[in-house]
Design a protein around this ligand. Structure first.
Ligand SMILES: NC(=O)c1ccc[n+]([C@@H]2O[C@H](COP(=O)([O-])OP(=O)(O)OC[C@H]3O[C@@H](n4cnc5c(N)ncnc54)[C@H](O)[C@@H]3O)[C@@H](O)[C@H]2O)c1
Length: 350
């Protein structure tokens, strides 16, 4: 398994032979896989997932699919009531008094609440195989709209950074707890992995947005964190990946496999008012929530994908390539920085 993980990261042996750059210095290889026909691994029976922001939207859809596949889930959300209700629904559906879901009320921006959530999860289910750092919000305006004619009459205002607090800091808290949990548990006898961290970013992790600078900054932060952490954990039986949706909607399969909205004006995401999605629907710009969940599923089970940013927009699915512009020229310096920083931090990682 370690060998195959290495292959994903470092490229094939033949490339290594031909390369004049030492293997450690070579860029990550993102292979040209056809993503819409990529194999769809499932979770192993009884695997445990911890999902933030799971009371609604994509977190809820992920939890439903995980339970359908025989998994156990922790529904973590700032909305404690919604989380408890959803966990109860999942347990009722499972029947026979079985507990397939527990809920925790945790604000991802508060470390202590997240820590308590992880403790509750491991106390109940003993280990955590997947952590979905998913909770996020839409743009909160960080500055007032530009108005040069009144600017000098207004005081300087401290920016509202709550979008980055939740979407970046909150997800990094979740990631830190996930990675320390995985470090403490042995690789699974089923999958061979200690654990898998899957973060929710967005296509705005690589596309700039003039209306959403805080959202774009936080999502880009998640993407480069994923790519960096994936390098560090590649030989430690841990994978780190991100799903990057565009704008999605909830839907159910209709006739002939065509997905139709649950109800004409109902969109089961609370991230923005329903009205925001109407023009997207009119212009056929929404992605199906089931297609979104499919992309996250590509990281599950025995999948060796690592460091991947899997994007979904409308019906398009692709692995967004890392920005390697001028990387070859900068690789020796970039790599030496890692070596020297590790020395400074007392980390034995080469
Ligand atoms: N909706 C979209 O079109 C879309 C597109 C791309 C990416 N995303 C991303 O997907 C993720 C989930 O979004 P969604 O559309 O499912 O949103 P949603 O609003 O439907 O669900 C998000 C859930 O997160 C919870 N939450 C919010 N802040 C929290 C916090 N601080 N701590 C814990 N829980 C918190 C909410 O209570 C809610 O239950 C986000 O990271 C979002 O940026 C969404």
């Amino acid at each position: 398994m370690t060998q195959s993980l290495r292959k994903v990261f470092r490229g094939s042996d033949s490339r290594r032979k031909n390369s004049r750059i030492a293997p450690r210095l070579r860029p990550l290889r993102i292979s040209a896989i056809t993503w819409d026909s990529h194999p769809m691994p499932a979770i192993f029976p009884g695997e445990v997932s911890y999902i933030t922001g799971a009371a609604a939207g994509i977190g809820r859809a992920l939890a439903s699919r995980l339970v359908e596949q025989g998994g156990l889930v922790v529904i973590a959300d700032i909305n404690g009531q919604g989380a408890a209700q959803f966990a109860a629904e999942l347990n009722a559906k499972a029947g026979n008094g079985s507990v397939v879901a527990i809920s925790v009320k945790a604000d991802t921006t508060i470390w202590e609440e997240q820590l308590a959530g992880f403790h509750a999860a491991t106390e109940t289910f003993k280990r955590i195989d997947y952590v979905f750092a998913n909770a996020g919000v839409a743009e909160h305006p960080w500055l007032q709209p530009f108005n040069a004619s009144t600017a000098s009459e207004r005081p300087f205002v401290k920016p509202d950074l709550s979008t980055t607090e939740i979407n970046l800091k909150g997800q990094l808290y979740t990631a830190a707890l996930a990675l320390q949990t995985f470090e403490r548990q042995a690789p699974s006898s089923q999958s061979g992995f200690r654990g898998k961290l899957i973060m929710t970013s967005s296509v705005f992790g690589f596309f700039p947005s003039r209306a959403m600078p805080m959202y774009a900054a936080s999502k880009a932060g998640v993407v480069n964190f994923v790519r960096s952490a994936a390098q560090y954990y590649a030989d430690k039986q841990i994978t780190v990946n991100t799903g990057q949706p565009s704008v999605f909607m909830n839907s159910v399969p209709g006739t002939n496999g065509i997905f139709v909205p649950v109800a004409p004006n109902l969109i089961d995401t609370t991230i923005a008012p329903d009205v925001l999605f109407v023009p997207f629907r009119e212009q056929n710009l929404l992605s199906d929530i089931n297609l979104v969940v499919d992309q996250f599923q590509k990281f599950w089970g025995d999948s060796t994908l690592n460091g991947q940013a899997l994007a979904i927009s409308q019906e398009n699915v692709w692995a967004h390539p890392p920005d390697n512009y001028m990387l070859a020229e900068n690789l020796p310096a970039c790599d030496l920085i890692s070596v020297e920083i590790f020395k400074l931090f007392g980390d034995s990682t080469p």
